[in-house]
Design a protein around this ligand. Structure first.
Ligand code: G6P
Length: 480
């Protein structure tokens, strides 16, 4: 066996939970990036001597010594400029991302991109093999690292390995397009437990393994020829609900929410969209639906405004550039046609904001509009619900977001159906407070009961159960 490290729980993700920063004096540092995943795993990482392996988000191989931040051991993995192009922008985000999201954009298949994906996955697997203690638990995250479970098992058969896919897993008709479909399935089968957002995704995976790799399967379990079994199941991800609610209740957020409403001219209703600027999110169709409601005379720009925050994302990828231009043009046209002085129909912000500002926007918004064509879960929908502690506010939600399976009391829409979206936006605009209250209360119960700590505990418990005779038990993530 290879030399072992000291970490009992190792998270392997494409990104580290910190961002690289440059101080005023030119020296460089790290700033915690406030993801739900890291807040969920922090207690268990600290309790169990955890390590997090990930890419720092910039090209280059300098500055890559492991370091400790907030009691967590962080292990950076470097990517060269060419690997950023081929592994990250290429295979991960121009092949797998569109393929796994219903082919909303056309996936590109290039052999040299896959070669780079293999090489980078090997590097992550080697880093995990080095820091994991004997019989440790390793939890690999997301579509960028699907080959890591198999590679890691070859290096370290003693480990208990989990894999979680944060994005949808496509129906087999689409997955079969992938020239490297067998390698990906075999990569995932290196894990003891493969987690998905929804039960249908886990079933897709099991069916594909049976058809494409030829292993025996029964219900949620794959039986490998060497006697090992792999389980596939759904674990819908969530947010740090209590953390968001606490932030939303703070005096400063409340003050900022009032200031936002005022700056927008105190309209009767504020609609809000917050998304990474991604073609899966359905931003274009939603803005059209809203603008048609104004053009049709259902309300005017004095009555309602749509605030659309689009967070810059994957900006060097062609499809993302095209989308940015399309949205720029559409917003310009809508505001040119419908706006009045000081009263645009759409207030468009191409920028990313800290959690406090997001919470203030959620507090200020009367109607939250989340209409992706396909989305693994969509945490923005859950964050909005967490922030509406007085049980008001309306959520318009795509049927094709994973969150729609839990947030049944939202106004559910088909994002391809513009007339249907118009009806739902109008119904949310006109809803009476009693109806809002009933819906929001039910949704709030869901996100309170099933928060991100519940998700992490549930996954890690199931993972421990996969090989009870083997490996160290982990302490649960829940703080209480
Ligand atoms: C999605 C993926 C994550 C990814 C995030 C941001 O949520 O599931 O794995 O980190 O988008 O995308 P980026 O390419 O900036 O990491």
């Amino acid at each position: 066996m290879a030399r072992t490290g000291t970490a009992d729980l190792v998270i392997v993700a494409n990104r580290l939970p910190v961002d690289r920063t440059t101080n005023p004096d030119g020296s460089r540092g790290w700033r915690r990036s406030p993801g739900g995943l890291v807040s969920a795993l922090e207690p268990v990482m600290r309790a169990g001597d955890g390590a997090w392996i990930g890419w720092p988000g910039v090209a280059g191989h300098d500055d890559l010594e492991p370091f400790v931040e907030d009691g967590m051991q962080l292990v950076p993995v470097g990517l060269s400029a060419e690997e950023v192009e081929e592994f990250y922008e290429g295979f991960s985000n121009s092949t797998l991302w569109p393929l796994y999201h219903d082919v909303v954009a056309k996936p590109e298949f290039h052999r040299e991109w896959f070669d780079s994906y293999v090489k980078v996955n090997e590097r992550f697997a080697a880093a995990a093999a080095e820091v994991a203690s004997e019989n440790a638990t390793v939890w690999v995250q997301d579509y960028q690292l699907q080959l890591v479970p198999r590679m890691l098992r070859d290096l370290r058969p003693d480990l208990r390995i989990g894999f979680y896919l944060h994005i949808p897993f496509p129906p087999s008709e689409l997955f079969q397009q992938l020239p490297w479909r067998r390698q990906v399935l075999e990569g995932l089968l290196g894990a003891d437990l493969v987690g998905f957002q929804l039960p249908a995704a886990a079933q897709n995976f099991i069916r594909l393994v049976r058809q494409r790799v030829g292993h025996k399967t029964h219900r949620d379990t794959v039986y490998l020829p060497d006697g090992r079994t792999v389980k596939a199941a759904a674990f819908p991800i969530s947010i740090d609900t209590a953390g968001f609610e606490e932030l939303a209740r703070s005096e400063s957020v409340e003050r900022r929410a009032r200031a936002i409403r005022e700056a927008l001219g105190n309209p009767a209703k504020i609609f809000l969209g917050i998304d990474r600027l991604d073609y899966t999110k359905g931003i274009y169709a939603r803005l059209r639906a809203f603008s048609e409601l104004i053009a049709d005379g259902h309300f005017g720009v004095e009555d309602a405004v749509f605030v659309q925050v689009a967070t810059p994302s994957r900006e060097r990828v062609e499809q993302y550039r095209i989308l940015r231009d399309e949205i720029d043009r559409l917003v310009g046209r809508i505001n040119g046609d419908l706006g009045r002085i000081g009263r645009p129909a759409i207030s468009y912000l191409h920028s990313s904001y800290p959690r406090e500002e997001m919470a203030a926007l959620y507090r200020a918004a009367d109607v939250m509009v989340v209409t992706p064509y396909r989305d693994g879960m969509n945490l923005v929908a859950k964050e909005y619900v967490a922030c509406r502690f007085d049980n008001d506010g309306a959520l318009v939600l795509s049927e094709f977001a994973g969150a729609a399976e839990e947030l049944r009391q939202a106004w559910l829409v088909n994002p391809y159906d513009i007339n249907g979206m118009k009806q739902a936006l109008l119904a949310a605009y006109e809803a009476d407070p009693k109806d809002l209250n009933r819906r929001m209360k039910a949704m709030r119960r869901t996100v309170r009961e099933k928060d991100v700590a519940f998700w992490a505990d549930h996954f890690l418990e199931e993972l421990s159960a996969t090989r009870p005779e083997h490996g160290k038990p982990l302490r649960p993530a829940r703080k209480s």
